[in-house]
Design a protein around this ligand. Structure first.
Ligand code: ARG
Length: 272
C-alpha cells in the first residue's frame, strides 16, 4: 500500500450566514425546499474546525446577504504558485462574487491577481494535480478559459467534457487525492467518451467511483494528501480510500447539498 503524507494547506472559506436557495442554476437546487440556516452554519463550522484540527490554515471571506451561493468559495478563484486567476460566473445571480474574491486577494497584498476574460468558476472547474490542471467544460466554464488558465499559470491544462447536468462542475465528478503525485478519483459517467479515454490514459490507477457515490456528491472532496474529507453519505468510498492508504473523514453538509455543493465547493485552496 502506498504511504501518503498530509501537507499543511491554506484554505479560504465563506460562512453560510446568508445561504438560501432562491433560484435554481443546477438540478440540486429546489427553491421550494426550505433551508435551515443555523444547521447550515453548524455543519460548515464543523468543516472549518476539522481543517484547523488537521493543522490547516483557514481564512474567512465576509459573506454578503445578496449572494446566497457565496458559501461555495471554491468558485471564486483559482490559486496556483501564488498566482490568482479570478472567476467570471456563467449565471448573473453569482456574478458579483467574482469581485468580492478579487478584492479579498488585492487587499491582502497578493501581487499576481488577474481578472479573467473568459467564463470560469474557479476550482469548480479547475483541479490541480502534480502534472496538470484538469479543466471541466460543458455547463459552466468556457472552453476558452482553459487556454487563458494555461497561459496564466504556465501549466498544461487538460480540457474535459462534462455531460451529466447533476455533475455540472468538474469538482462534482473528479477529485484529486494526492497532488504531489497524480492520484485522482472520478465518476466516468459524468464525462464524454473521449474525456473518459483521456482520464483512463492519464490516470490508469485512478479510483473509479460508482454512480451512487457520485450521486451522494462523494467526489466533492478535499484531500490534504492523506486525509480525505468527503460527504459522509458516499458510503462506498470509505473502504476503497482506506485500501489506497488514505484516511477518509465523513462530513455532514446536508443543508449545503440543497445548493448543489459540499466539502470541496466550500473550500478554495490557496496554493503558495
Ligand atoms: N449553487 C451553486 C451553483 O450552482 C453551487 C456551486 C457549487 N460549487 C462547486 N464548486 N461545485 O453555482
Amino acid at each position: 500500500m502506498p504511504r501518503h503524507h498530509a501537507t499543511p494547506r491554506r484554505f479560504l472559506l465563506c460562512p453560510p450566514a446568508h445561504f438560501k436557495v432562491t433560484y435554481s442554476i443546477n438540478p440540486w437546487m429546489d427553491p421550494t425546499k426550505p433551508v435551515d440556516v443555523p444547521l447550515a452554519v453548524a455543519q460548515w463550522e464543523d468543516l472549518r474546525d476539522r481543517y484547523r484540527s488537521l493543522g490547516h490554515t483557514v481564512e474567512e471571506l465576509e459573506p454578503r446577504p445578496e449572494l446566497p451561493d457565496m458559501v461555495f468559495a471554491a468558485n471564486g478563484a483559482t490559486v496556483i504558485d501564488g498566482r490568482v486567476l479570478g472567476a467570471r460566473f456563467a449565471h448573473p445571480e453569482r456574478a458579483a462574487e467574482a469581485d468580492a474574491h478579487l478584492a479579498w486577494f488585492r487587499a491582502r497584498g497578493w501581487r499576481e491577481v488577474r481578472e479573467p476574460v473568459h467564463v470560469n468558476e474557479g476550482e469548480g472547474d479547475f483541479a490541480v494535480t502534480a502534472s496538470y490542471v484538469l479543466a471541466g467544460r460543458g455547463f459552466r466554464a468556457s472552453p476558452l478559459s482553459h487556454g487563458e488558465a494555461q497561459e496564466f499559470f504556465g501549466r498544461p491544462v487538460i480540457g474535459l467534457d462534462l455531460v451529466d447536468p447533476r455533475f455540472y462542475h468538474l469538482d462534482t465528478a473528479l477529485s484529486v487525492l494526492d497532488d504531489r503525485g497524480d492520484d485522482v478519483m472520478y465518476y466516468p459517467g459524468a464525462f464524454s467518451p473521449g474525456s473518459r479515454a483521456v482520464l483512463a490514459r492519464l490516470f490508469p490507477r485512478a479510483l473509479v467511483v460508482a454512480e451512487r457515490d457520485a450521486a451522494a456528491l462523494g467526489l466533492n472532496a478535499v484531500s490534504d494528501g492523506l486525509h480525505v474529507l468527503l460527504p459522509q453519505a458516499a458510503l462506498g468510498l470509505f473502504e476503497p480510500l482506506r485500501e489506497r492508504g488514505y484516511e477518509p473523514i465523513g462530513m455532514d453538509l446536508s443543508e449545503l447539498l440543497k445548493g448543489g455543493g459540499s466539502v470541496k465547493c466550500c473550500t478554495l485552496e490557496l496554493r503558495p
